[in-house]
Design a binder for this molecule. Structure first.
Ligand SMILES: [Mg+2]
Length: 124
């Protein structure tokens, strides 16, 4: 396993691709299965927060074991999403940059600084 913490997205994608290929799992990794798996892992992340207040979560994030469990679930989600981008030929860096540009246009700083959309605020 690679220990370099400065891997690029492309290098992470290759690392995941190798992991999958070595196990001959390629044929299991169809887009719908990968999307479902990412969603399932998101559920596992949400489970770590379930029934806790914002304050309790903030306190727990100082606990190394809890923090590691959160990191593990974020990594699980990201691995599936990176793999989904890889198997569908989507340039993830380009997609994120394009989406952030759309977000900048949708939420200009001059209008949205310090504010969030009402539907988000109302749910908090
Ligand atoms: Mg998990």
């Amino acid at each position: 396993m690679v220990s370099d913490e400065s891997l690029s997205l492309e290098e992470l994608m290759a690392l995941i691709r190798t992991f999958v290929s070595e196990r001959d799992w390629d044929h299991f990794q169809r887009p719908a299965s990968l999307a479902m798996s990412a969603s399932i892992e998101m559920g596992e992340l949400l489970e770590r927060f379930q029934w806790l207040t914002h304050s309790e979560i903030a306190d727990l994030l100082h606990d190394e074991q809890y923090r590691t469990s959160i990191a593990d679930e974020i990594a699980d989600i990201m691995v599936y999403l990176i793999r989904l981008a890889d198997t569908t030929g989507i340039d993830l860096t380009r997609a994120i940059l394009r989406k952030m540009k759309k977000n900048e246009q949708k939420y200009p700083v001059s209008e949205w600084k310090g504010r969030i959309p009402d539907k988000v605020r109302d749910s908090q």
